[in-house]
Design a binder for this molecule. Structure first.
Ligand code: ADP
Ligand code: MG
Length: 309
């Protein structure tokens, strides 16, 4: 009723703040693993090994051969807003790493048990970093209960790892379920684009790919990728899109285009969200579609020509 006294405002306990913030970044195990993969790639790794138990809820482990972490930094590694990638605001203009906000490890450490083993170049031991995340959401029971099936979570993980394994040239990826001897994904460091697609999506798609590459100064974009040709038919088309090397789920699948698209475009700013909007989006999509269509038409014409002669 109107006579009730206002409720008093109080500062939240930092632990509550941290848990809420973490829950916004890490909604499912796949989001934690994505952050760990990006950190390993940022550290210049050429080999990533991933181990997953119970869809990542019990265990997410990633071992890389990147630069490692300085022993003296381990004490602040999991604090919020601590990073080796950004120093001043202006650096954002030219940031070339996935990370820069120093939030991921802090977030994960608030909702899971996180442990790190690392060796740097100048230590005598092997050059590797291993990050282990156990019992994700152990202290967020409502979130924990929301997961029905470990295999659904594992499928999301495989889908995401596959995308990075295709995009990150010169990096070897392996991903497997804990307790299984065979890997779900295995790509050697020297695999080509098409090799990577073959390993992950199979030979039938890999053998029908047409490379394309286009740019337009008016809209300020460069794009390259691979599209399947008319020989390849699939009920549910799949589209892998990276903008400035970030995996995004931004654009609608171009209408009236059946083939798979696997483009790797680049634009001059760093989006930070999984879903992004950007300037001239419609024009860029249209220019891209026109280019791909002309590429595919050229292939179809040459095929027609061959059958006619
Ligand atoms: P960000 O990636 O935004 O800097 P993170 O919380 O993801 O923030 O990581 C914090 C810091 O920890 C990074 O800036 C990096 O210096 C270090 N780090 C994390 N993972 C690795 C790794 N696998 N190898 C080397 N350094 C790492
Ligand atoms: Mg990071």
């Amino acid at each position: 009723d109107g006579n009730a006294a206002p409720r008093r405002i109080k500062a939240l306990d930092p632990d509550v703040v941290n848990k809420i913030a973490a829950g916004e970044i890490i909604v499912a195990p796949v989001h934690a693993l994505k952050e760990l993969i990006e950190n390993a790639v940022d550290a210049g790794s050429t080999s990533l090994e991933i181990l997953v138990k119970d869809g990542g809820l019990k265990l997410l482990q990633i071992t890389d051969n990147g630069s490692g972490i300085d022993k003296e930094d381990l004490t602040i590694l999991c604090e919020r807003f601590t990073t080796s990638k950004l120093q001043k605001f202006e650096d954002l203009q030219e940031i070339a790493t996935y990370g820069f906000r120093g939030e991921a490890l802090a977030s994960i450490s608030h909702i899971a048990h996180l442990s790190v083993t690392t060796r740097t170049n100048n230590s005598d031991c092997a050059w590797r970093t291993q990050i282990t995340v156990e019992d994700l959401f152990y202290n967020v029971p409502s979130r924990r209960r929301a997961f029905r099936s470990a295999s659904d979570e594992y499928n999301k993980i495989i889908d995401m790892v596959g995308r990075y394994a295709i995009h990150c040239h010169h990096v070897a990826f392996s991903c497997k379920k804990h307790g299984e001897s065979s890997t779900s994904i295995s790509v050697p460091a020297n695999a080509s684009d098409v090799d990577r697609i073959r390993q992950i999506y199979g030979a039938s798609v890999a053998s029908e790919l047409i490379p394309f590459s286009t740019s337009d100064d008016r809209w300020g974009f460069k794009a390259k990728g691979l599209a399947t040709n008319a020989n390849y038919n699939i009920k549910r088309p799949r589209w892998l899109l990276f903008i400035n090397h970030r995996c995004v789920e931004v654009l609608e699948y171009p209408k009236g285009h059946r083939a798979d698209l696997l483009p790797l475009p680049s634009q001059e700013w760093p989006p930070i969200r999984r879903e992004v909007n950007f300037l001239n989006e419609d024009e860029i999509i249209q220019a891209l579609c026109e280019h791909i269509r002309s590429k595919l038409a050229a292939v179809d014409n040459s095929r027609t020509f061959l059958t006619q002669t």
